[in-house]
Design a protein around this ligand. Structure first.
Ligand SMILES: O[C@H]1[C@H](O)[C@@H](O)[C@H](O)[C@@H](O)[C@H]1O
Length: 548
């Protein structure tokens, strides 16, 4: 817990906090968090409270599978057409895609917490709207409001957790939010299945989503803003209080808290100075024009500054592959696939997909810090390729009935149907361990000045790819056949593996401010691996020293 700088100066008089003004020095600030053993109760509580948004994200995306088959003629007094089903499913992804870059900007102005609050209001409105709706178009409206909520929550929750958590536990705690997503999907599958026999039961299923959102809304009143946003908003005293609660209040820890604050401040000062230099030649702007100019400046910085651009490429690449590898086609259509290959109870069989996803995300939360983000991806993507390859081969041996005959079809080749199930479970396990959660670590890639905007854009990439997969899956199953479709997803995973291997450095255990430095001059993959090894070695040595 040391800072290599000396002579702290007092900057500003707003809160009397003794913080080094690093405009005057080029010294590095070293934050050493390796002595921290486990996340404290406070950060756990915050992660769980924020994670409820993930639960809603999972619930509202998972619920559609059972809702579509239970609606019957409840909407517009007619059965749903294929177009109705596609629109009801994809409008959520479309509106999530629209919401994420916008909330990316808003989270900078309003703060991270207020975006979670707004998402909660949208979750409640969307859930109740769907529950009472009478027509197909009104249902599409309700699903779109939910889409706005899902888009905002999916971007802001990992950002919130990542800015609050101590570096050694950041990977684990952000993975917990992914665990909530997959847990929400399991709950949605189970509740959907339980209510499927009641007439109009689907209205309860979609309406229930309002409850956790309303509870979270109440809890949020007691949750703090992130220290990093608070420093940016010039509320340093409050930022210090939050950090102290996250890290603990011992004297030793207070030194560490001060060093972290100084590091955050240093980053902000450097960015402020650079922004002032850039705008020196322009006429000063006021009000919303000033705000727009700031957003514009952030977007320009995101693309033109090498380190930011690299961060954006990595974040969008990971989010793109997370969806283009085809996982959500199973989430949305696994029941259809299992019916196709002849399973007696396709909805129940498809629960195995959601459960595997949940269980292996749980495994990831225990292992990600030990194995590392990069390594966990490089090890798990081949498992996905294996599952998809096996699936593609197995489909060669199963007779697929025409769509009309689908409901009566129950006599597929049992052995190959089971092979398909095993292959899919293998694929999902591989996905959940790496691809399903590592991309949500996206916020750590960006420096504070462009973190919110950058995370918003990469979340939008996730939803754009999600939309693409949702729309193309069924047509591809016809045009390319299941063999071709799953082979294509395997091919995408192969490309994904090579791209990750080439450009994604190991970022586990680095402070958010250090990540920026790593990407400044290049991808620095080799260097990052070396540093990660060193960090591990040091941590091990400290432990042994502590034990003796
Ligand atoms: O991380 C989540 C998770 O893997 C979900 O199961 C999936 O449906 C989402 O698309 C993804 O973003």
């Amino acid at each position: 817990m040391s800072a290599s700088t000396t002579e702290p100066l007092i900057r500003g008089e707003d809160d009397g906090l003794r913080i080094q003004d690093d405009r005057s020095t080029n010294n590095d600030i070293e934050v050493d968090e390796s002595a921290l053993v486990a996340p404290g109760a406070f950060i756990w509580a915050l992660t769980v409270c924020a994670g409820v948004s993930g639960l809603l994200f999972g619930y509202d995306t998972g619920v559609i599978s059972s809702t579509l088959v239970s609606i019957g003629s409840d909407l517009s007094s007619r059965p749903l057409s294929t177009l109705d089903k596609s629109l009801i499913t994809s409008c959520t992804s479309l509106f999530a895609l629209i919401a994420s870059p916008i909330t990316g900007v808003l989270a900078d102005h309003w703060g991270r917490k207020r975006v979670i609050l707004v998402a909660d209001v949208l979750f409640v409105v969307g859930a109740l709207w769907q529950a009472v709706t009478g027509s197909v178009w009104a249902m599409i409206g309700g699903r779109s409001v939910v889409g706005l909520a899902v888009g905002s929550a999916s971007f802001v929750v990992p950002l919130y957790i990542s800015e609050l958590s101590p570096s050694p536990f950041r990977g684990k705690l952000v993975t917990i939010s992914a665990l909530f997503i997959t847990g929400g999907q399991v709950v949605a599958y189970i509740i959907g299945w339980l209510f499927s026999t009641y007439s109009h039961g689907w209205r309860w299923v979609v309406g229930l989503g309002a409850l956790p959102a309303a509870i979270q809304f109440l809890f949020l009143q007691f949750m703090p803003e992130t220290p990093r946003w608070l420093v940016q908003a010039n509320q340093k005293e409050l930022a210090k209080k939050v950090l102290s609660r996250v890290y603990g209040n011992t004297e030793d820890i207070q030194d560490l808290v001060s060093v972290i604050l100084r590091q955050v401040e240093k980053e902000i000062y450097e960015e402020e100075d650079a922004a002032a230099e850039r705008s020196a030649s322009q006429a000063p702007k006021q009000g919303w024009r000033a705000k727009m100019a700031r957003v514009n400046d952030h977007l320009t910085q995101l693309v033109t500054v090498g380190g930011n651009r690299r961060a954006l490429i990595i974040a969008c690449m990971l989010q793109g592959f997370q969806q283009l590898c085809g996982f959500n086609s199973l989430m949305y259509f696994s029941a259809t696939i299992f019916a196709m290959v002849g399973f007696e109870s396709p909805t129940l069989t498809s629960l195995s997909i959601a459960l595997t996803n949940f269980v292996f995300t749980l495994v990831a939360s225990f292992t990600i810090e030990k194995i590392g983000r990069r390594r966990i991806l490089l090890l798990s993507v081949p498992i996905m390729i294996l599952g998809l390859g096996l699936c593609s081969v197995a489909f060669n041996y199963v007779d697929i009935p025409s769509e009309e005959a689908l409901l009566e079809y129950r006599t597929g080749d049992r052995v190959w149907a089971v092979v398909i199930l095993i292959a899919m479970v293998t694929y999902v396990a591989g996905y959940a361990i790496g691809m399903g959660n590592v991309p949500w670590q996206q916020s750590e890639l960006f420096p504070l000045s462009v973190r919110s905007v950058g995370s918003g854009i990469s979340t939008a990439t996730n939803w754009a790819s999600n939309l693409l997969i949702g729309i193309t899956f069924l047509p591809m199953m016809e045009l390319l056949t299941p063999v071709g479709t799953f082979a294509l997803y395997a091919g995408i995973c192969i490309v994904g593996w090579f791209t990750i291997w080439r450009i994604y450095p190991e970022l586990g255990g680095l402070s958010l401010e250090r990540v920026g430095e790593l990407l400044k001059e290049g991808w620095n993959v080799e260097e990052s691996i070396k540093q990660a090894r060193l960090r591990k070695l040091e941590a091990r040595q400290k432990k042994t020293r502590g034990a003796t």
